[in-house]
Design a protein around this ligand. Structure first.
Ligand SMILES: [Zn+2]
Ligand SMILES: [Zn+2]
Length: 267
C-alpha cells in the first residue's frame, strides 16, 4: 500500500514550530511533490471554552489555529487538505477540547503521553518505567472513553522519557496492549503510525529506543482490528514527505488500504 497521506503536521501557528517556512502554502506544495494525496494540519490547540490551559497552551486557542483558513492557498496542487488539531489530555477526564470545537474541525488528534509537560500532563511521583507504562495504559483507555478523538496522536510514545522507550514499552504486556487496541477498534478511533516511533527512519539512532518496540505494539493493534493513519508530526517544511519512509514497516505489519481510517483514504 502507498503512503499517500500525513494527518499530523504543524505549521508555524504551533508555538513549538520555529520554522517560518512552515506555512500551509509551502507545506501543501511539498506534499504534492512528495506524492501525498491528503495532508492534515493538526496544530496544538486548547479550547478557550475549557478552563485549565497551561500558560503554553492558553494562546493556542481554536481561534488561533483557525487563522489557517485565511492562510490557505487557492490552488492546492490537487492535494486534499484537512484542518484538524492536536489537543491535550491531562488525566482525570481533563481534555482541551469541547464537543462544539471538535465538530468544527475535520478531525481531532488526542495525545495521552506528553509527559514532558511535568505537573500538567505528567503527575508527580512518576519515577520508573513501570509507572510510565501503567499511566499510558490507563490514559489511553480514558481518552477513548471521551468520544472526542478521531485518532490517537503518537500512542504510547513516552515524551519526556524517550531514552527509556524500550524499557517502558517492555513493561506493557501484549494483553494490556490488546485491551487498549480492542477498545480503540470498538470506538473507531484511529491508531497513529508516526515516523517518530522509528528512529531508524529519521534520526538514525536514539539511545534506548529501537524500531522493534513499536512494531510489536502495532502488530497487536493490527490484530485487534484497528484503523490506522500515517503521520510525520513535522513542525517544519523540511519534514513534509518524511511520512513516506514508513512504507517498509507498514508492509511488514501487513497493513492494507482497508485498515486505513476512512477519512485518510484517497477519495
Ligand atoms: Zn504530540
Ligand atoms: Zn504533534
Amino acid at each position: 500500500m502507498t503512503i499517500d497521506h500525513d494527518l499530523h503536521t504543524h505549521t508555524v501557528l504551533s508555538a513549538c514550530s520555529h520554522d517560518p517556512a512552515a506555512t500551509p502554502a509551502n507545506m501543501i506544495e511539498a506534499a504534492a511533490d512528495a506524492g501525498l494525496a491528503t495532508v492534515g494540519f493538526s496544530n496544538h490547540m486548547w479550547d478557550s471554552q475549557i478552563p485549565g490551559a497551561s500558560p503554553w497552551y492558553a494562546p493556542q486557542s481554536f481561534e488561533h489555529i483557525s487563522q489557517i483558513r485565511q492562510e490557505m492557498p487557492a490552488d492546492t496542487n490537487g492535494v486534499r487538505v484537512l484542518v484538524g488539531c492536536e489537543t491535550e489530555y491531562c488525566g482525570d477526564g481533563r481534555v482541551g477540547i469541547s464537543r462544539a470545537v471538535a465538530d468544527a474541525l475535520d478531525y481531532v488528534l488526542i495525545p495521552f503521553s506528553h509527559f514532558h509537560m511535568k505537573g500538567f500532563v505528567e503527575p508527580p511521583g512518576i519515577e520508573n518505567p513501570e509507572q510510565v507504562g501503567d499511566l499510558m495504559v490507563r490514559r489511553c483507555s480514558e481518552v477513548l472513553e471521551l468520544g472526542l478523538a478521531t485518532g490517537l496522536a503518537h500512542p504510547f510514545l513516552p515524551c519526556g522519557h524517550r531514552d527509556s522507550t524500550d524499557e517502558i514499552l517492555a513493561t506493557i504486556s501484549d494483553d494490556a496492549f490488546a485491551a487498549c487496541f480492542r477498545q480503540a477498534a470498538r470506538c473507531e478511533v484511529s491508531i497513529e503510525i508516526t515516523t517518530g516511533f522509528f528512529p531508524s527512519l529519521t534520526d538514525g539512532e536514539l539511545p534506548g529506543c529501537h524500531d522493534i518496540g513499536f512494531l510489536r505494539m502495532l502488530s497487536i493493534a493490527k490484530e485487534a482490528g484497528c484503523w490506522f493513519h500515517f503521520a510525520s508530526d513535522t513542525h517544519s517544511l523540511a519534514g513534509v514527505g518524511v511520512v513516506t519512509r514508513l512504507a517498509g514497516h507498514v508492509k511488514d505489519l501487513g497493513i492494507r488500504e482497508d485498515d486505513i481510517l476512512p477519512l485518510a483514504r484517497r477519495a
